[in-house]
Design a protein around this ligand. Structure first.
Ligand code: DQA
Length: 140
């Protein structure tokens, strides 16, 4: 099984960005750990990160025919990007929405996701473990 693991805006700043909220691991180190984890459970991961909405949409489109599922941390786009929502619907692949932080414990604007309704499920609040949990959920 091939899984696209897609991170959106500002997640390239992990490790430096508000470590009390997002942890001290960099995205590179998280992806390295996930590569090992995926190997141990027979999953082929493909990693992407972009700060741009259009590029994220292109990446989601490219999953069609290549991936069996998507793990998506869309960052702040989660809360208002109808374009990303439509891209998820368009590709008709199982998609797990993830957030490192528990968005429901934070500012009001983070309580709403415009993506959740077109995702298979949502995992948030467990730090970097959310990626592993989402891979397990897709790999059942
Ligand atoms: C986030 C939560 C979002 O509200 C925020 O804009 C992010 C990261 C998370 O992983 O906790 O960039 O998706």
């Amino acid at each position: 099984m091939t899984i696209f693991i897609i991170n959106g805006p500002n997640l390239d700043m992990l490790g430096l960005r508000e470590p009390e909220i997002y942890g001290s691991d960099t995205l590179e180190s998280i992806n390295t750990e996930l590569t090992d984890y995926c190997a141990s459970v027979g999953v082929r991961p493909e990693f992407f990160q972009s700060n741009s909405e259009g590029e994220l949409i292109d990446i989601i489109h490219s999953a069609r025919g290549k991936a069996d599922g998507i793990v998506l941390n869309a960052g702040a786009y989660t809360h208002y990007s109808y374009a990303i929502r439509d891209a998820i619907s368009a590709v008709e692949l199982p998609c797990v929405e993830v957030h490192l932080s528990n968005v429901h414990k934070r500012e009001e604007f983070r309580h709403k996701s415009v993506l959740s309704a077109v995702c298979t499920g949502v995992i948030c609040g467990f730090g970097k473990k959310v990626y592993r949990l989402a891979i397990d959920a897709l790999n059942l």
